[in-house]
Design a protein around this ligand. Structure first.
Ligand SMILES: Nc1nc2c(ncn2[C@@H]2O[C@H](COP(=O)(O)OP(=O)(O)OP(=O)(O)O)[C@@H](O)[C@H]2O)c(=O)[nH]1
Length: 287
């Protein structure tokens, strides 16, 4: 009985050492399992108690899932003001932000998704659309990218016409042509101001082998649609052969969405920006 309690404690304890390697965890559970089997009571007829619901295999599966998560870097690019920040915020924090300011350098958001039984971490790089806030960062954006989301504003024809330049920039930075790419037309709630019709956008998407999504980060009714964009990317990433090195994390955290503001990576990038720009950073995601 005590041995069963011990296994349960391993699962829930926040002090569990996450650096324990997978095979070591397997070993712990094999030992616990052996101990538990030996603890089964012998019945009068000589048989043993049936094992309670497959606690070992469930626990091992849960821990394996928590210990190993693949992290994918997704960059969100497009002209300034098209709604990149609002889209990533909507996806990670579940709502439209109260206020936004021009992104300086890059803003990170992260979300875990369950895709066909595997938990994936999507690390979203919400990049600056304004050239002056990009120049010091560009090489960081395009390093080890797993997927790209191109965003234009359906009410601004220029933002759509500039898509060709954004694709060119990806090519210039030798982005793998086979990584998933998605085209997103944002601000569909402004129906009376449509400047880019769906046909036009679909032709462009087809020509570049990308799926097209038209959505609105603002409209609550389209929140599922925004999720669908990122789910599409996640499915493509899960099923595609890795084109880029994929990081595997040992995170045990329970949060779903978080800014990586305090991570060394972010601090490093931000110091790179601040050495080039004296402007303030964008406000944090409040979720
Ligand atoms: N009506 C409407 N407005 C939106 C939508 N998404 C964003 N906006 C507004 O568009 C403006 C720019 O949004 P951001 O998300 O900051 O744009 P961005 O592309 O990140 O801009 P940069 O950081 O400069 O690259 C803000 O005023 C938002 O409130 C949308 O779906 N509908």
């Amino acid at each position: 009985m005590n041995k069963r309690i011990m296994m349960f404690t391993i699962y829930i304890s926040p002090h569990f050492d996450l650096k324990v390697k997978q095979h070591q965890i397997g070993l712990i559970f094999t030992m616990a399992s052996a101990l538990r089997s030996s603890d089964r009571r012998v019945q009068v007829d000589g048989s043993t108690d049936p094992a309670p619901a497959s606690i070992e295999s469930d626990s091992v599966r849960i821990i394996e899932k928590q210990v190993q998560k693949r992290i994918f870097k997704i960059i969100v690019i497009g002209d300034s003001n098209v709604g990149k920040t609002c889209l990533t915020y909507r996806f990670c924090c579940g709502r439209f932000p109260d206020k936004t300011e021009a992104t300086i350098g890059v803003d990170f958001r992260e979300k875990q998704l369950d895709v066909d039984g595997e938990t994936l971490k999507l690390q979203l790089w919400d990049t600056a659309g304004q050239e002056r806030f990009r120049k010091s960062m560009v090489q960081h954006y395009y390093r080890n990218v797993h997927a790209v989301i191109f965003v234009y504003d359906i009410t601004k024809i220029n933002s759509f016409e500039n898509m060709a330049q954004w694709i060119e920039e990806c090519d210039k930075h030798s982005l793998n042509k086979h990584i998933p790419r998605i085209l997103v037309g944002n601000k569909c709630d402004m129906e009376d101001k449509i400047a880019v019709n769906t046909n036009m956008a679909q032709k462009f998407a087809d020509a570049h082998g990308m799926p097209l999504f038209e959505t609105s980060a603002k409209d609550d009714d389209k929140a599922n649609h925004v999720d669908a964009i990122f789910m599409t990317v996640a499915h493509k990433l899960k099923n595609a052969k890795p084109m880029m090195p994929v990081t595997v994390t040992s995170s045990y955290s329970s949060y779903d969405a978080v800014h990586l503001r305090d991570s060394p990576q972010h601090r490093g990038l931000q110091s790179a920006i601040s050495s080039n720009n004296s402007s303030e950073e964008k406000s944090e995601c409040a979720c």
